[in-house]
Design a binder for this molecule. Structure first.
Ligand code: ZN
Length: 559
């Protein structure tokens, strides 16, 4: 019997019962004389983690669906409070596995990557930072609530940020300018509070890193992101490639965009609009889009089509924007049910299709690797996970006529332009965070200066005009990742570099490209980033020249 999302339930964790279960688990593992008993203990541990993970994901999803609801907010607070205790219990068991005299046999059973993940996990946690982690999580929730609280009066309507965003690509230039102004007006009003939250986060994170024996938070931040097989030098090399290859291309693109829009210069409020008649919008409402999406996935690959039908049938999609909903889009996973859940904020723009194919990519991967493997090997680290999502955005190019009909070419052009202009913004966000955590004592004012210097380096043409609050270097305050998941940003750019290779592969042979894609999804979290990239037949973003081919092809498509 299939459980639909509204009926999915996971009881509130009873900390005493959980502690007892781990205690028994540890004893059983220590006493086990047979390999079979040790394997059974690891599987029982995985079961405990799946149950807690299901509760955690349900709480997260329901909080995001309604940030104003007191009961879900209380559950979210409880989650923040108890998570470090659970992490502590897990780390104790992981340490047993890592130091077991039977480690070789266990590695043969569960794979060496699981052990690399555990070694990494263990190095990110110590009971001495438990309270700091609780405080960190609460600050991040406070930020989410603050941004979700936006009720901005705009031309007779009251809008949240997603609602306002669609006016930033309006065909009327004054409207775009006013919408972007109103967006930053909201941020300016709450800017001091956002600075306070971020300042506390930076201090807390630096303090945790010091307690864990690191010079600053960067090393710990990398470990938290499970960067097992590359270093900050590799990342710096990649940022250099973007600077060399993509920044000049974006400059050319802005010149062309200005011509197309009939303006002297592309200002910040013009950046998202690529044609004077407007960006193509999906030719129908939410329900129509779901029907078209089913046709698209059925045509693309029956495996993806079947998966999508299941998501609809079991109500695992919440796509429409509404008041009180958290911003953005995400995909989460209910391990006990073996199914993902997709969250978005449709606002009637082309962004809806983009977010939708993106999150379905994540969801399809999670579902594809939902077999009897350990939970730690279901999802890869985020850098690799974003390949699944971003590649599906490109792999569905040929099907885009289902949403945009005669405007599908326009959509593809915009999507490609958006993918390229994103790269400098993405690496700027990564470089910014390195500066922030290298200088933990910087003042909020200095941090705004750091962001401004990143804009000058990676987006030299960006002009905020008279939107003073943005011009002083405040755009980062809108980027939730920097608050909730530090250093989670370069991941999108690394993955985009891989996803664009799928675009080229798809042009050569769509069937073969899809097969590689589905296989990559099945691999899930069985290996670290660079191994997965190689197994999918892609060039690693840390290789010099990694962007050459895609940039050449993109230039041909765009100019
Ligand atoms: Zn994603």
């Amino acid at each position: 019997m299939e459980t639909r999302y509204p009926q999915m339930h996971s009881p509130d964790p009873d900390l005493n019962a959980i502690a007892d279960a781990y205690d028994t688990l540890n004893k059983d593992f220590d006493r086990a004389t047979l390999q079979g008993d040790r394997i059974a203990a690891v599987q029982r541990w995985d079961g405990l983690r799946r149950t807690f993970g299901t509760w955690e994901a349900l709480v997260g999803a329901r909080f995001a669906q309604n940030t104003q609801d007191e009961a879900t907010a209380a559950a979210k607070t409880r989650h923040s409070e108890i998570r470090p205790t659970i992490t502590n219990l897990n780390v104790e068991f992981q340490k047993r596995l890592l130091s077991s005299p039977h480690r070789d046999e266990l590695e043969a059973q569960f794979g060496s990557h699981a052990f690399a993940v555990w070694e990494n996990d263990v190095s990110t946690f110590d009971p001495c930072i438990e309270e700091d982690l609780v405080a960190e999580s609460k600050l991040s929730t406070a930020y989410t609530k603050l941004i979700a609280s936006a009720k901005i009066p705009f031309r007779g309507e009251t809008l949240n940020l997603a609602g306002l965003r669609k006016y930033t690509t309006d065909t009327d230039r004054d409207t775009r300018r006013a919408a972007l102004g109103a967006t930053y007006g909201f941020l300016e009003e709450h800017g001091a509070e956002v600075d306070r939250i971020f300042d506390e986060l930076v201090r807390l994170r630096h303090g945790m890193a010091r307690k864990m024996g690191c010079e600053n938070f960067i090393e710990l931040g990398y470990r938290r992101m499970q960067r097992i097989d590359y270093t900050r030098d590799d990342v710096a090399t990649y940022r250099g490639e973007v600077l060399k290859q993509v920044v000049p291309l974006v400059k050319q693109l802005r010149t062309l965009q200005a011509q197309r829009l009939g303006v002297d210069k592309v200002m910040a409020w013009d950046a998202g609009l690529y044609a004077p008649s407007g960006n193509p919008k999906p030719h129908g409402d939410h329900d129509w889009m779901l029907k078209q999406a089913q046709l698209m996935f059925d045509e693309l690959d029956p495996r993806i089509g079947e998966f999508f039908a299941m998501m609809v049938r079991r109500e695992l999609l919440d796509l429409k924007t509404r008041e009180g909903k958290a911003g953005g889009g995400f995909c989460t996973y209910f391990a006990d049910y073996g199914v993902p859940f997709v969250f978005a904020n449709f606002n009637g723009t082309d962004g809806d299709v983009r977010v939708f194919t993106h999150e379905i990519g994540h969801a399809f991967q999670g579902f594809s690797s939902s077999d009897d493997r350990l939970l730690d090997c279901v999802w890869p680290s985020y850098d690799a996970a974003e390949i699944h999502s971003m590649s599906l955005e490109f792999l569905t190019y040929p099907q885009m006529d289902k949403f945009f009909e005669e405007e599908a070419d326009g959509f593809r052009w915009n999507h490609l332009a958006g993918a390229l202009t994103f790269l400098p913004y993405g690496v700027a966000g990564d470089h910014f965070q390195h500066l922030v955590y290298e200088n933990p004592d910087a003042t909020p004012e200095e941090r705004h200066g750091m962001w401004r210097s990143m804009e000058q380096k990676y987006m030299p043409d960006l002009d905020w005009g008279d939107i003073d609050y943005a011009a002083k270097g405040s755009r980062w305050q809108f980027q939730g990742h920097y608050f909730g998941m530090p250093f989670y940003y370069i991941d999108y750019t690394l993955a985009q570099t891989c996803a664009m290779q799928f675009w080229l592969a798809c042009e050569e042979d769509q069937g073969a490209a899809l097969e590689r894609y589905v296989n990559l999804c099945k691999l899930g979290g069985n290996a670290p980033f660079q191994t997965l990239v190689a197994q999918a037949g892609l060039i690693s973003p840390f290789t010099e020249g990694c962007l050459d081919r895609v940039v050449q092809r993109a230039a041909k498509a765009l100019f």
